[in-house]
Design a protein around this ligand. Structure first.
Ligand SMILES: O=C(O)CCC(=O)C(=O)O
Length: 442
């Protein structure tokens, strides 16, 4: 194979303590690197003075109704509004055999229960993001997540680095393989329906992602004696096309950004929680939103989840689809997938040195079998007097007090009459003063 593509190879994580083992040792005092002072302030924000968890629940899309000619139209319209207004939905009746879902859950639990040394046989190698370890620790100052991961490239089969695929439990490799195939079937239909909803050729998004890379990340969040001080997973958006998340046990913990607060998501058993990633946000010129999310932990029970990421193949362009660029003009610059990832990687490194939360998900450019890196071009400059809008993953996850949350991608990013998109990093509440969209501005 002359141009073998793998997910590792561009950069990895610094080695830090295994959190599952650490959780077994600490009784009350949490090591400082895990303490997130910002949680106090952020968790105090609720939506309109109400308990967000009581008011909102993310949309539920019935996959069987999407596929059924009788109900497809209505359910497809529901899907469209979920993608536009929420960027998140739960997908039920998705058709993945229950037996595969249950085996995936069981194997995942069994793997994380193994003694540390056994899991470490599949540990990340220096400079690699695949394998067992932690997500993307880039500096000694960076705050750390209260969780461990196993990250694997799954599709196409040529991206698989089997040295990271656990052999215990014995059925795990087969389960991951079968699950990956099922996940692709589900995402294929979703992409077709999304294309239809966007007024594109039905196969447009499907074609773009069909030869793309799929990866799976297994998350293990151990119980923590002071759960209110830590984060299982830092705020981030997903630098991929789509994510399909399966919560493994009944312990909840996913929260999404909504109206300036953190909205807890109650995962339905057997459902996938689907979210739009940054690449789809860019392809749709911001029409579908990639929403920031995070995971919190419990003091009683561990939480496990399995996130399946669908991304592009190396060499594809990440740019708005021309048919979707309307009067608002181009909001994102064109960039190759490998430039996009390299750019993201640089930003994460810079952020980590500032000891802030970092973006986790990216697919680095793969060295070819000959070891030669794919050619890189410098990113183009924007047209005169214009600044590009940054995709969500490239915007700081944590919003300094007084600034608008960039994930509430308000129309005011680009007020009428302005020809240049506003650099969202510097948007203030005053900038959004006359926004009429209740979803965007408080
Ligand atoms: O565990 C969760 O609920 C969130 C997982 C997630 O966001 C991720 O793996 O990217």
């Amino acid at each position: 194979m002359s141009d073998e593509v793998t997910i590792g190879g561009f950069g990895g994580s610094l080695r830090v303590d295994n959190v599952q083992a650490l959780a077994g040792r600490v009784s009350s005092e949490i090591p400082e690197r895990y303490v997130r002072p910002e949680r106090k302030e952020e968790d105090a924000v609720d939506v309109n003075g109400h308990d967000v968890s009581e008011i909102y629940s993310i949309p539920i899309i019935d996959f069987s109704r999407l596929a059924n000619p009788v109900s497809s139209k209505e359910e497809t319209a529901k899907l469209h509004s979920a993608c536009e207004d929420w960027g998140f939905f739960q997908l039920v009746n998705h058709g993945v055999p229950e037996e595969i879902i249950n085996r995936m859950k069981q194997n995942t639990e069994e793997f994380f229960k193994l003694p540390l040394e056994e899991k470490e046989a599949f540990a990340q190698l220096p400079g690699q993001i695949e394998g067992y370890g932690q997500a993307f620790v880039q500096s000694e100052e960076q705050k750390l997540d209260w969780g461990d991961i196993l990250f694997l490239g799954t599709l196409p089969p040529s991206v698989r680095q089997m040295r990271f695929w656990p052999t215990n439990p014995t059925s795990f490799r087969e389960t991951i393989h079968e699950y990956a195939i099922e996940l692709k079937k589900v995402s294929d239909l979703l992409l077709q329906k999304m294309s239809q909803n966007l007024g594109l050729e039905p196969e447009k998004l499907y074609d773009l992602f069909n030869d793309g890379i799929q990866a799976i990340r297994f998350n293990y969040y151990p119980p923590c004696p002071s759960p209110e001080k830590v984060l299982g997973l830092s705020p981030h958006s997903d630098a991929v096309g789509l994510t399909l998340l399966l919560q493994v046990n009944e312990q909840q913990g996913l929260q999404i950004r909504r109206k300036g607060g953190w909205l807890p998501v109650k995962a339905l058993p057997q459902a996938f929680i689907v979210n739009i990633g940054d690449i789809v946000e860019i392809l749709t010129n911001g029409r579908y939103k990639s929403i920031e999310h995070r995971a919190v932990v419990s003091n009683e029970k561990e939480r496990l989840s399995v996130a399946g990421f669908l991304s592009l193949r190396i060499g594809r362009m990440v740019e708005p689809i021309p048919e979707l660029v309307k009067e608002e003009g181009l909001l994102y610059r064109s960039i190759t997938f490998e430039e996009y990832v390299a750019d993201l990687f640089k930003r994460v490194q810079a952020d980590s040195r500032r000891s802030q939360a970092s973006e986790k998900h990216f697919f680095p450019p793969a060295p070819s079998a000959s070891g030669r890196r794919l050619p890189r071009r410098p990113p183009p400059d924007p047209p005169p007097n214009q600044t590009w809008v940054r995709p969500t993953s490239q915007i700081r996850a944590r919003v300094p007090p007084g600034l608008i949350d960039p994930h509430q991608s308000c129309d005011q990013r680009r007020p009428a009459g302005r020809t240049n998109p506003r650099p969202v990093m510097s948007a203030t509440r005053a900038d959004h003063a006359d926004c009429t969209n209740p979803r965007h501005c408080d």
